[in-house]
Design a protein around this ligand. Structure first.
Ligand code: ADP
Ligand code: MG
Length: 216
């Protein structure tokens, strides 16, 4: 799905990481670990085309996505990518339903599957019937679950998650990992930057950013 080849990132004279080579396949969950400041988020952002590496390639279906132009970036984000940010990245002032509708691909709307998908996803994250709730009335854990429901509606081929359990209590964290694992088992490639051993233990592979190596 994604082949990272000899990727390097520097800020001025400081090398954050270099020669990173790692692959994540469809159906596989990869954890990025390392101390705070080791560059986990920066690596995720490079894969998500929010940041640019200084050298190396990120290959997807034969193309080096780091060389994509604006249109290809937009298409990659729209058609391939799902992002789960630490701050949820929801539309604060809108309802739960609106936040999920923005993830629905136009061709699926035409087929009339939208409402079923949204209801199912909300049910799955334990937020059934809360469609009309405003985001800013929800707790952090509930907002993270809405963000997950939005991912489930979008069904991206690649999910990037940055410390998705960082701000959550045990029950919410477990729910988040369960759903990411479920999406991965359904064929999605998942990359998760995390400090959380429970997340790491559920992944298929662990890459230590600070050591530039796969951990057994
Ligand atoms: P992690 O997610 O592992 O905590 P980050 O990827 O957020 O690490 O950041 C790694 C380091 O890179 C930090 O020390 C941060 O200060 C630095 N950094 C991130 N973005 C920039 C930037 N645009 N310019 C300079 N330094 C940056
Ligand atoms: Mg980070």
């Amino acid at each position: 799905m994604i082949d990272i080849v000899k990727l390097s990132k520097t800020f001025g004279t400081r090398t954050l990481w270099s020669d990173v080579t790692v692959t994540v396949s469809s159906g596989e969950m990869l954890a990025l670990v390392g101390p705070s400041g080791s560059g986990k988020s920066t690596l995720l952002n490079c894969i998500g085309l929010l940041d640019k590496p200084n050298a190396g390639e990120i290959r997807h279906e034969g193309a080096d996505i780091t060389r994509f132009g604006r249109r290809e970036i937009r298409r990659f984000r729209r058609d391939i990518l799902g992002y789960l940010f630490q701050n949820y990245a929801l539309i604060e002032n809108a309802t739960v339903a609106t936040n999920l509708e923005v993830a629905v691909k136009p061709q699926r709307t035409l087929r009339g599957k939208t409402s079923v998908d949204i209801a199912e996803a909300l049910e799955r994250v334990g937020m059934a019937g809360q469609d009309e709730e405003k985001i800013h009335h929800l707790s952090g854990g509930e907002q993270q679950r809405v963000a997950l429901a939005r991912l489930m509606v979008k069904r991206p081929a690649l999910v990037l998650a940055d410390e998705p359990t960082g701000a959550l209590d045990h029950a919410n964290a477990t729910a988040v990992i369960d759903i990411l694992r479920e999406m991965s088992d359904a064929g999605c490639a998942v990359v998760i930057a995390t400090h959380d051993d429970r997340v790491r233990d559920r992944c298929d592979a662990v890459f230590a950013v600070n050591e530039n190596s796969l951990v057994a």
